[in-house]
Design a binder for this molecule. Structure first.
Ligand code: HEC
Length: 211
């Protein structure tokens, strides 16, 4: 789901937090110490640590003003979906997600006036929200959990299993509760490997895509 909370200055904080200066080797340049661990990591209270390098992961898709209700959104926004590279490679081989998959949905404001642009939209620099879908079978009933990150550098809060996130993804998503039907490079793989969910195949048969 697209969060509408504006996260002021999130990108600036990210940069500041990612840079540490080495004091022991003055001739070496400053070391960039972003978390690069492929597996999800958690704080003691169950919050998820932010996947700070997700912009270096595999890009799956962007949606513009995608809405789950008939009423259109009140502002134009992009959402961008990324997945950690290890999970992506596994999906390409098997058509489904391995344990420890981390998927990030990043929302950005859609801009229309800037530089030479006359028509259409481009993405603004401020991140408006980050939501994460993580597969951690030993930790969560059903295998997956959703998290909300107030900013790209703060810890993520888990959504309770009763939240609408779980039911919509469970009932409508094409592969293993993820919306592969909207990720153009993955949908043909899932079709080929026959990993599309029964509920998606039923929906598709009832309402064939037009264009
Ligand atoms: C009514 C249906 C619906 C609900 C409710 C919903 N989502 Fe989604 N979600 C979607 C759709 C559709 C996409 C595909 C977005 C795209 O293609 O850009 C998606 C994609 C995602 C993704 C990208 C990874 C994936 O699983 O495909 C994340 C992360 C996500 N949603 C988080 C959430 C969270 C957190 C909530 C609850 C606060 C939530 N969603 C509630 C429909 C839903």
């Amino acid at each position: 789901m697209i969060s509408k909370t504006l996260v002021g200055g999130g990108a600036v904080c990210l940069l500041a937090a990612a840079i540490t200066v080495s004091t022991t080797s003055p001739r070496l340049p400053a070391v960039v110490a972003a978390a690069t661990a492929p597996a999800p990591a958690y704080a003691a209270n169950g919050d998820m640590l932010p996947p700070t390098n997700y912009r270096e992961w595999i890009y799956l898709s962007s949606g513009v003003d995608m809405s789950y209700s008939p009423k259109p959104a009140d502002m134009t926004m992009f959402d961008n979906v990324f997945v950690n590279p290890e999970a992506y490679r596994s999906f390409v081989a098997t058509g489904t997600w391995p344990d420890k998959t981390v998927m990030v949905l990043e929302s950005r404001e859609a801009m229309s006036k800037g530089s030479i642009n006359q028509h259409g939209h481009f993405q603004g620099t401020s991140v408006m929200g980050i939501e994460v879908h993580v597969k951690d079978v030993a930790r969560y009933p059903g295998g997956w959990a959703f998290f909300d990150f107030a900013s790209p550098t703060s810890n993520g809060k888990v959504f309770p299993q009763t939240a609408a996130c779980y039911s919509c993804h469970q009932e409508h998503a094409a592969v293993d509760t993820t919306f592969v039907q909207f990720y153009p490079t993955l949908l043909p793989i899932a079709r080929d490997k026959k990993t599309l969910s029964d509920s998606f195949l039923k929906e598709e048969a009832a309402q064939p895509a037009t264009n």
